[in-house]
Each structure stands twice: as structure tokens, then as C-alpha cells.
Design a protein around this ligand. Sequence first.
Ligand SMILES: Cc1ncc(COP(=O)(O)O)c(C=O)c1O
Length: 413
Amino acid sequence: MRIMNKPGYYGQWGGAFIPEILYETFRELNAAFAKCRADKAFWQEYVELMSTYSCRPTPLTHAENLSRHFGGAQIFIKREDLNHTGAHKANNVMGQGLLVKRMGKTRVIAETGAGQHGVATATMAAKFGFACTIYMGEEDVQRQRPNVFWMEKLGATVVPVTSGSRTLKDAINEAFRDWVANMDDTHYVMGTVCGPHPFPAMVAWFQSIIGIEARKQIMQYFGKLPAQVYACVGGGSNAMGIFQGFLDDREVELIGVEAGGKGIESKQHAARLASQDASPGVAQGYKTMFLQDSDGQMCDTHSVAAGLDYIGVSPILSDLWEQGRVRFESATDAEVMAALDLTIKQEGIIPALESAHAFVHAFKEAGQLRKDQAIIINQSGRGDKDIFTIAHAFDDPSWKAFIREKGKQYAAD
Ligand SMILES: Cc1ncc(COP(=O)(O)O)c(C=O)c1O
């Protein structure tokens, strides 16, 4: 990562644009984070927690059937789906949980899109005994009902956000409002490498565990570095997590895949760095490339994957994009469904809709590489949460009949 020229800046991106009322809270958070980062025992405690509570180190799976299918590079999959609660979100959340304990706060709040971050936060709150409120756009509540159910069962209050496009950006605004009103006892568990400093640095630090492990594992199993590493990009936390393991290896190409939705030309997408549609702006406490109109009003975004459906992107990734260190691509909803189908059938692995974006581009490019080269795809999460969306997209008749039957049963209750 580029050395910050001012605290919290990555090149021209980042910063901390916060209301004056939050200054003291951020001062306290910066100090607590700096102390933890300097304390080797904190990182050890974190690794210990992740290995006893969340299946770390997650495996690196050699996808032999897919490698054979494409006839090029050896495809490896970093299995973040095997984390407790089913996604990389657990890494960040458990880390912030340890930080909250050290700060002595008793309540956590979070925003969530796909619901994975919400479930992970509610899980962490249950384990550490914190009160918990989760903000979620009403549209995402509809798309991710199973995750809402689990958050509530875990003891969290889920607040559906009805303003704006009723998706992630609106949930973030609402979470900030709560924080301003309750900062004495409350910590805002930001779910990705966005928002005001120190959140991008903090979330990237906790997620770096993915890249540290992946680099060690590929050297162990393959004996050399991969040619390419692919990750999907919503806010950018799973991508930053795995990329950090290879940032200094200039021969490793890093590829971030954003949501192409219904196609870039349709304007119904969430591709910030992989399209010409975003421009520099300041919103939600930080400066980055935003999908906004000429008046600075945020656009409505679209993706089949709720976790990628966001207007901004990590300031760290905007910097790496500007430096040319990370290449950005987009994958359409239709391409995602095809890649998902192939991965399930060939490998018996069900990626989350978000993760499947990374698979799309890896599949497009694997055949162009030699058999003695490797690529790694970061599988950020598992697809179980997406069963309603996936079954609907595949137009599965027996699933439809099952849902109709359940609907009748509930109507009769
Ligand atoms: C499984 C999964 N992958 C990826 C993402 C995107 O987030 P990020 O870009 O921060 O990794 C999400 C967000 O909810 C997610 O649930």
C-alpha cells in the first residue's frame, strides 16, 4: 500500500470527513486501533480466536476439475466461505469485537447489504455479550430474508431502512445517525474498507489474514507465486484482504471484479472502477470514486448480489487503481449465474453470488495461461444465503412448487 501522505489518505483518496460531534469518538478509536496494531499480543489473540471460533486458516482448494475444464492455469480457491457464519466478514467483525472489548463499550451497530456482515456482527455481539442493532435497506431485507431471521435469533434488532434506494448506502447513513446519538457506549462496526479513517486501515488490517495465509499456502502447494489473484469488489474488504498478501510481488497481477449488473451500457450496475460512470467525490465520510450524477447526488445501483450493490469503493482500491496496481473488471448478473452453475457442477462448491463475480473473470482468463501457472480466486462467501435468488434465476420448477406450498401453509396458520 502507498504510504499515506496525510493520516488516513491513500494518494488523493480517503480522509475522515466527519461531523464535529464525532471528533472525540474518532480520536478515541484511532488511539485504540494504534495501540492494538502495535501490540503483538493483540494479533496473537485475534489469530487464536479465529482458529478456535472460525475455522482459520481457511483451506486453499485446488479446483482440479475446473483447471482441466479450461485447460490452462491451475485454479486454486481460497475458501473464505468456510469461515464461521459463511463469509470473510467474520474476520473483520471478530477483530473489531476484540477492539470494542478493549475500549470498554457495550453496544455495537452495523450496516449490512447481503446480510453476511449483519449476521457476523450479531454473532460477535452474542459471543461477547454486546447489545446489537443492524441497519439494512428494505430492499436487501426482502432479498436476504434468511439472514434477517438469523440476526434476530442471535438477539440483534434489525432496522429496515426505507429512505433512498433502500440499499446499503442508505443503511450506512442510518447507522451513522445512530452513532452520533449514542457514541458514549456504542461502536460502529464498519463492514468494509470504506468510510472515514481509521476504518479502511482497520478493516484492511483484520482482513490481511486472508492474504498472509494464501501466500503461504500457494508456496507450500504449488511452489511458486500465482500469476493472477481474483476477488470480487463491493466495498473492497475481501479483495484488500487477499491482495495484501501479494501487493509487493509485482509479477502477480491483481484483479478486482465489480458488479456489472444488467450490463455497463444499461447503467444498472455497481461498477465504479471498471466503468467510466464514476467520478471523485466525498460522501459517507471519505473521498473515493462514486457513482453519482453531475450534482453529486448518488445514483441508484443494481446487482444481483446485494453485497456488491454499493455506490462507493475503498479509497485504498481507488489508489491502487490509479497506480495501475489492480486491474478492474465487471461481471454481469447473467455471467455470474453461468459461473455459479459451472462451479457447483464441476467442484461441488457453492460460491456466494458476490464471490461468483470473481469466478467469471478467472474463467475468462484461465485458458490463456499455461498449465504450470496458477491463479487464485478468493471465494469470499458461501451461496446458501442466496438460495431464493439463485433458485428464482434458474427458474427451478420444483423450488417454485415448494415455495407455493409453504405460502399456502403459512396463509392457513
Ligand atoms: C460473501 C460476500 N462477498 C463479498 C462481499 C462484498 O464486500 P467486500 O467488497 O467488502 O468484500 C459481501 C458483502 O456483503 C459478501 O457478503
